[in-house]
Design a protein around this ligand. Structure first.
Ligand code: C5P
Length: 401
């Protein structure tokens, strides 16, 4: 809940401004007190009256309104809150923030606030991908500005790409993550996610199928509960989740090195689909096809097992080590054997047979295997699996030495 937490919502001028109305409703439902600042352009997309009616508070739009200055100055407005949320954050407003411009109330408030800022960018995918916007976002992130989204999908102009504002539920989750004290506050977690790629030569590799959706969602859920998360990810098409350190790796050895570099941590969740083998005769140059000869032989060597290594770390062992078992048959038998063999505390078992439709999907059907037995979870969204697992983890590590 956000009871009594004060959010200053800055609405800038993009079509996604209509979603801000839903965001206001959701924030109010959670008990937050919301004041809104609208840019002049935002008022072309949604009316101040709608924003005022939903927020239950006067809407601020003009820096030099005498009554507003009398009742509440722009400095007070920008500082008398727990969090500033910018949704939608247009390319223009992000640029102004990055460069310290203050030519209207919204940009002035953003320059003068001493509170954390969360931006939800929304724009055409070409604007999002433009080097200027990339540089502005990098500057803002370096200054500690938090970001949620944008998401990929169909944009208002009929083109598709990365640029859709995050959904109100996602922005709300990010707000809750930043404002709640969270049961995992003060604890460190590492999450591995995605596949690993093992090079055959500089252009070819062997790898596992994995979208990284489940591992990334778990990292986000742990962060929302207050954990300080390091996400170690193999090559995926997903954007880096906000509010955590993200380490990009390619091979299993790099993933192990990054994981060991994070220790000590309280919680480790190994959701990566690590390649079991590396190519021991990988070539430094691209292998040439010989049309008359046999195909080249690939020699394999076992990769290190990151989950097993973390589970046997002695005094540096995380308090809770969670592994995954993706199986295509005899799911629970294989998963139980894996729990024993790898020495982890829990195994999340999921059926990845082609008929399950799990790969790349947003849904998952899992079974949680602990020393206490097996819990069968229904088919739910990967984000919900992550949320449920994160709360289980929080319940388990609370009070565990
Ligand atoms: O042995 P298998 O790959 O089925 O085990 C799956 C579990 O072990 C997952 O949690 C996966 O992240 C982890 N694992 C690992 N390092 C490996 C192989 C698997 O951490 N080399």
């Amino acid at each position: 809940m956000l009871d009594g937490r004060r959010v200053l919502l800055v609405i800038s001028g993009g079509i996604a401004a209509y979603k801000s109305l839903e965001l206001i409703r959701r924030l109010k439902d959670r008990g937050a007190d919301i004041r809104c600042v609208m840019t002049a352009n935002a008022q072309n997309f949604v009316t101040p009256l709608a924003v005022q009616t939903l927020s239950g508070n006067k809407v601020f739009a003009d820096t030099f309104s005498l009554t507003d200055e009398h009742e509440i100055g722009h400095i007070t407005l920008a500082r008398d809150c727990d969090l500033v949320v910018v949704a939608p954050a247009t390319a223009n407003l992000l640029a102004k923030m990055a460069h310290g411009l203050a030519d209207d109330l919204a940009s002035t408030a953003l320059l003068v606030t001493d509170k954390p800022i969360l931006v939800a960018p929304a724009m055409n995918f070409r604007m999002w991908g433009h080097p200027a916007t990339r540089a502005n976002m990098a500057t803002l992130k370096e200054r500690g500005v938090h970001a949620v989204g944008p998401n990929a999908g169909m944009l208002a102009e009929g083109e598709s790409g990365l640029g859709r504002m995050a959904e109100p539920a996602e922005i709300l989750a990010a707000v809750e993550g930043l404002l709640s004290s969270g049961p995992l506050r003060g604890l460190k977690a590492l999450v591995t996610s995605g596949p690993t790629f093992e090079p055959i030569d500089p252009v070819r590799f062997i790898g596992n199928r994995s979208s990284g959706k489940q591992g990334h969602a778990i990292a986000s859920a742990l962060a929302r509960l207050g954990a300080e998360v390091t996400l170690i990810t193999g090559p995926v098409k997903l954007p880096d989740p906000p509010d955590m350190k993200v380490v990009h790796v390619e091979t299993a050895r790099e993933m192990l090195g990054a994981a060991l570099g994070c220790l000590p941590v309280d919680i480790a969740v190994c959701a990566a689909a690590v390649a079991d083998w590396t190519v021991s005769n990988a070539s430094k140059e691209k292998r040439k096809k010989d049309p008359n000869g046999p195909p080249p032989a690939i020699e394999l060597a076992a990769n290190p097992d990151i989950l097993a290594t973390l589970s046997e770390k002695g005094s540096a062992r995380p308090r809770l080590v969670v592994g995954f078992a993706a199986e295509t048959e005899n799911l629970l038998t294989h998963a139980r054997a894996k729990l024993e063999r790898k020495g982890c505390d829990w195994i999340v078992a999921n059926d990845v047979s082609p008929s399950s439709g799990t790969f790349g999907s947003d849904f998952n059907t899992v079974h949680l295997i602990t020393q206490g037995g097996v819990e069968d979870w229904p088919r739910i969204a990967k984000a919900d699996v992550a949320e449920r697992l994160a709360w289980k983890i929080a319940d388990s590590v609370k009070g565990k030495p």
